[in-house]
Design a protein around this ligand. Structure first.
Ligand code: F6R
Length: 611
């Protein structure tokens, strides 16, 4: 939610901020703004709507300034108007602030400021920050001290950055439960809420920790705690290629990312295969030593698409390792009396590594004594740093708001986790493990095969793009795929869709089926194949239109379905990786046909760092 960027020490600052905001726009796109230091003081430009609106205004002049901050907003307090767009300024317009998160005690602080005569111009929780920092500077604090002092008065989750006309080369910022990363450059320094915004300028980053206060000048970065004590934070080099955050000729990031999946899945396996290539051994898990042998149960905690991956993970672990598995929404886990402890492994699954609910669940489980193994995509994110071990999905930057390659790399990571645990705990012998590793290594080719059917999926999508509702059915490891297919369609095409376990249909949802209801059924070979065929019959008997995901050349399914979305034939366990591809494509092509904004669906934002 909300993207923030700051730079000090680079000519053409307004352009650099805009470019940074472009790569952060997936975090929110309700309004955007910048505040840039100039010889005449702070120049603040803000516009409601997509970044293009701000771009249009800034294009009227040459890039200007060397130091400034920029923001792209996902509205929480106050509608997406110009008045509520960040940066927010103090009365004399000498201090400007951008903020990501929610300040829970903003009403009390606002009342206090109003009582002191401050006039507010917006409905946001953020504006108080500009006035409070301004007051502290008036009282003699420097920018860092003022920022630290104000942070000490806040409840909630936030990262914010400040510039002051009195310190034309300085940026100050603080992090508290919302991501903030510094970029260390040559004669220039940067800050951003996400690594991709820093990559065009530097690969050397310093992730801040909660309650760190940073002061940046072109030549120096100082980090203190809120009491002003200097703290040292490790500097890391990120090897993501900046080219990967560009569209590279695609109309949408989502399609680029769908097509990147085979390579991303293969990259996620790299480093986890033993030298002979026959066994999975995840090096990160070695850190847990004997604790893995003593596990009695496992819980996945995640949100949204990552939660769907957890459901597939349950299938893998229960089948291959034989320990009981729960899959919890992080937002539910955190508000229950959950049983943590040394024998209970908790596995947060998160692309961003910053989702607030997932992070709170992680911390709660850790505090209860559970070992934590995260499945995470963004290196140096909070989940990566705070876990006992992190299995990195190598999807690279995922920019499309609807998650695709992060999901399939999570599925692979979870399958590898199951194989690794099965090996370490002796649940499967070497021969049984080897039997499963070979198909896993080949799965990327089956995913490529599924992508080759894209034109056929487009034809089907165009025939059903006007449907009002969709039902998605699947069983076993493909039940999460039905949920994921429905979520993708909802998110980017705004068509109402429900995912259901196919066997449950007769307990309720069957009442919805009529001639206007397309029902997407995942019907690839496996233990429940015949059962799924029976479910297809149940739909047809009620005049429902069946769109079946089936193995190439499967005539039994083709004879019963109205439409088929063919995929290469693979082992049942791994079929989820292949079957999700046509469903991602179906959602994409339907949304495209309906003229929807595929990469930036309404109301959504990537990386949900508020509750
Ligand atoms: C859906 C989607 C979201 C995320 C969810 C969790 O396409 O992207 O449902 O999966 O917000 O995000 P992470 O995985 O970053 O914790």
């Amino acid at each position: 939610m909300c993207g923030i960027i700051g730079v000090t020490g680079r000519d053409g600052c307004s352009r650099i901020l805009l470019e940074g905001l472009r790569s952060l726009e997936y975090r929110g796109y309700d309004s955007a703004g910048v505040a840039v230091q100039t010889a005449d003081g702070l120049v603040v430009v803000r516009r409601p709507g997509k970044l293009a609106e701000l771009e249009g205004v800034l294009a009227e002049r040459e890039p200007f300034g060397r130091t400034g901050i920029g923001h792209t907003r996902w509205a929480t307090h106050g509608p997406p108007t110009q008045q509520n767009a960040h940066p927010h300024v103090d009365g004399p317009e000498r201090v400007a602030v951008i903020h990501n998160g929610i300040i829970e005690n903003h009403e009390a602080l606002r009342a206090e400021l109003v009582a002191r005569g401050v006039t507010f111009r917006s409905e946001t929780d953020t504006e108080i920050l500009a006035h409070l920092v301004s007051e502290r500077i008036e009282a003699g604090d420097d920018l860092g001290q003022a920022t630290a002092h104000v942070a000490g008065r806040l409840d909630g989750s936030y990262s914010f950055a400040v510039v002051s006309a009195d310190r034309p080369d300085e940026l100050a910022a603080v992090r508290h439960q919302s991501p903030l990363i510094l970029g260390i450059g040559d004669g220039a320094n940067f800050l951003a809420s996400d690594i991709p915004a820093l990559l065009p300028h530097t690969k050397v980053v310093m992730p801040l920790e909660d309650d760190d206060v940073a002061v940046l000048t072109p030549d120096k970065v100082t980090v203190t705690d809120v009491h002003g004590q200097v703290v040292t934070r490790p500097v890391r080099t990120i090897d993501w290629d900046p080219v990967r955050i560009q569209k590279g000729g695609y109309r949408h990031f989502m399609m680029k990312e769908i097509e990147e999946q085979p390579a991303a899945v293969a990259a996620t396996m790299t480093g986890c295969l033993t030298d002979d290539g026959f066994t999975i051994r995840i090096p990160a898990l070695d850190a847990l030593g004997d604790r893995l042998a003593q596990l009695e149960r496992l819980t996945f905690v995640a949100c949204g698409t990552s939660w769907h991956a957890g459901l597939a993970g349950k299938f893998f672990i229960e089948n291959l390792v034989g320990i009981p598995v729960d899959v919890d929404y992080a937002s539910e886990f955190r508000y229950r009396q959950t049983q943590a402890g040394p024998g209970h492994l908790v596995v947060p699954i998160t692309q961003s590594g910053e989702t607030l609910d997932t992070m709170v669940a992680l911390r709660q489980a850790k505090q209860g004594g559970s070992p934590i193994v995260s499945v995470v995509n963004v290196p140096e994110s909070a989940a990566d740093r705070e876990s006992d071990a992190a299995i990195m999905t190598e999807a690279g930057p995922e920019i499309g708001v609807a998650s695709t390659k992060a999901f399939t790399t999570q599925l692979v990571a979870l399958y590898m986790l199951a194989l690794d645990l099965a090996g370490r705990r002796g649940a499967l012998d070497a021969a049984a493990l080897r039997e499963r590793v070979q198909p896993l290594r080949r799965i990327r080719y089956a995913m490529e095969g599924a992508l080759r059917h894209a034109d056929a999926v487009r034809d089907v999508a165009h025939r059903y793009a006007d449907a009002r509702d969709f039902l998605f059915l699947g069983r076993g490891v493909n039940y999460p795929i039905a949920l994921e297919g429905a979520l993708k369609l909802k998110e980017i095409s705004y068509i109402h869709a429900e995912g259901y376990p196919a066997g449950e249909m007769k307990h309720g949802p069957i009442a919805l089926i009529d001639g206007d209801m397309p029902v997407v059924v995942v019907a690839t070979p496996g233990r429940v194949y015949d059962k799924v065929l029976a479910n297809i019959q149940e739909v047809r008997s009620r005049a429902g239109k069946v769109i079946a995901v089936c193995a190439e050349g499967d005539e039994r399914v083709a004879a019963q379905a109205d439409e088929v979305l063919e995929v290469p034939r693979v082992d049942e366990d791994l079929s989820c990786l292949v079957n999700v591809v046509p469903l991602q494509l179906l959602a994409y092509f339907i949304a495209e046909k309906r003229g929807c904004d595929i990469d930036q669906p309404r109301n959504l934002a990537k990386s949900v760092t508020v509750e």
